[in-house]
Write a protein that binds this ligand. Structure first.
Ligand code: TNX
Length: 516
């Protein structure tokens, strides 16, 4: 049976031997950071195996008597987030470059657990196979976007999504906090936004918003898992809800044939100023670009958000601004990326903004075209590296996990070249998407879960899993390697999913995977 390792490490050498784990086993960390990681490992092992291992004080150098020893090693010029994990019949050691490396090493160790002895299937009891693993991620930015604007999800759901994403090696959570259907964050400087624009959601469901306390909990939970929060306020389109709070900054909706078609297909009615919008149409709303009041609101929103966000990025959207004339769009995106830069943050925008000549230098672009791009989206994406900004790749026909898996699925949309199989989420190579874009232009990879049709935590799990594991491996694992193939991935996935099932994750048994 293969090991259920996802994302697959850079190098794995197996030996025919194993390390048994039993209640007599102990874990110790040398130094404060490694001790904290040791404690978390004990909890995770208890969760997975039911074995109450103990945390031991670090034994004399060499760790005699300790089963698993963790330590930081920042001397050897190790890459950020990297680690070395060695398991032998006498014990296991983890050496990591930093706290993130310790975390990813313990994640790998938990994925290695096998109920029974690997080299002797008849033996019982939990074991770790003897192995030497050297690992470091390929891309610095490994993300998941959760749209909490179309549907609102309580803090606890977000925290659990963070845990699951972190277990797959992801290190950025991008929250899409505003859209036509709702505004989701209470701001002291602009309380009208949460008060007047948060009640609605897609499909006529109830909305909601995060209080400052909620937000701080999310930030702290993410930080404890080395995860950076990336808040997005989408503008100048996708702003119908902002107009509920501040009608004076909202332009008249532009009702195109596409908007009418979306209303016919999905319902929700024609968007009307002053009324919450529950439908799925996009591209009808815009802020008023030539109104000072618009920038007064945005100055407050962005500076408060910057102050609440420890991470380096603020995402300002910029997608599908079909209700904004092109010249106005350019004026607006230049000005707002400049405002974000002045606040000391790096702006991120959807790739549409890559056509704007005067974007703030260093603005990061998020590509949402297809794995084989239409010329317009590739050109726009190339605009970011041309101005010193990296690219985050979220190709819609691979990484948009709100696409249906199969035709006829009750959840999800299918505009991105039809349904997206787990295989399609796995079979793409970041450097081969946009001609002219090389490894060093790519900051990273992000999966996206838009939530027009996704209303509950069970829906989130059903859409994210297993496809999030595929995107996570694309973000982490080297492009070449013996196990970097769909055939290897799907058999490892079937093993990993046993752990998912044991922990109650409601994943989808998508076709093409030999589920056990
Ligand atoms: C496109 S691509 C959107 C979202 C929708 C999503 C649905 C992009 C940046 N925006 O507004 O929710 O499609 O799949």
């Amino acid at each position: 049976m293969p090991l259920g390792l996802i994302p697959y490490p850079r190098s794995v050498q197996m030996r025919r031997d194993s390390l048994p784990l039993d209640p007599g086993s102990s874990v110790s960390g040398i130094g404060e950071t490694a001790s904290a990681a040791a404690q978390r490992l004990v909890w995770e092992l208890a969760d997975r195996t039911g074995i109450p291992l103990s945390v031991a004080p670090p034994a004399a150098e060499g760790g005699a008597g300790t089963t698993i020893t963790l330590r930081l090693d920042d001397t050897a010029g190790r890459a950020p987030e990297s680690y070395l994990l060695e398991v032998g019949p006498e014990g296991a050691t983890i050496e990591a470059a930093d706290a993130a490396g310790l975390q990813y090493a313990t994640r790998t160790l938990v994925q290695l657990l096998s109920p029974g002895r690997p080299e002797d299937p008849a033996a019982s009891g939990w074991h770790l196979p003897a192995v030497r693993i050297e690992d470091a991620p390929r891309f610095r930015y490994r993300g998941l976007m959760l749209d909490v604007a179309r549907h609102f999800f309580p803090v606890e759901v977000v925290l659990r999504v963070i845990d699951r994403a972190c277990a797959l090696g992801l290190n950025h959570l991008h929250l899409h906090l505003s859209d036509d259907q709702g505004w989701r964050l209470a701001l002291a400087s602009r309380p009208e936004l949460a008060e007047r624009a948060s009640a609605g959601a897609a499909q006529g469901h109830r909305g909601g918003f995060y209080t400052r306390r909620d937000w701080d909990r999310i930030v702290a939970h993410a930080a404890a898992r080395r995860m950076t929060l990336v808040p997005e306020i989408d503008m100048p389109g996708h702003t119908h809800a902002m107009g509920l709070a501040y009608p004076e900054i909202a332009a008249e909706p532009v009702i195109t044939d596409e908007v009418r078609a979306a209303v016919t297909e999905f319902g929700g009615g024609i968007p009307t100023p002053g009324r919450p919008y529950p439908g799925f149409a996009v591209g009808f709303s815009s802020l008023r670009i030539h109104e000072q009041a618009t920038y007064d609101v945005l100055a407050d929103v962005l500076s408060e958000l910057a102050g609440m966000t420890p991470g380096p990025y603020l995402h300002i959207g910029g997608d599908e601004a079909l209700g904004t004339p092109a010249e106005d769009y350019a004026v607006f995106m230049a000005r707002v990326t400049g405002m974000v830069a002045e606040l000391g943050k790096t702006p991120i925008a959807w790739h549409d903004a890559g056509t704007v000549a005067t974007l703030a230098p260093g603005t990061v672009g998020q590509y949402w075209g297809f794995v084989r791009p239409a010329p317009g989206s590739a050109d726009a994406a190339r605009g970011f590296p041309a101005r010193g900004g990296g690219l985050i790749l979220s190709p819609a026909d691979a990484a948009y996990l709100d696409m249906k898996v199969e035709p006829g699925d009750p959840l999800g949309l299918d505009w991105a070249n039809g349904p997206t199989s787990t295989e399609a989420s796995y079979r793409w190579e970041p450097t081969e998407v946009i001609p002219g874009i090389t490894e060093s232009d790519i900051l990273g990879v992000e999966a996206a879960l838009w939530t027009e049709t996704i209303a509950t935590e069970a829906d989130i799990e059903a859409m994210l899993f297993p496809r999030l594991a595929a995107v996570a491996e694309i973000a982490w694992s080297p492009a070449s390697g013996p196990e970097r193939s769909w055939e290897s991935f799907r058999s490892r996935l079937a093993v990993l999913a046993e752990g998912w099932a044991a922990t109650g994750l409601r994943f989808t048994r998508t076709p093409g995977v030999p589920w056990h």
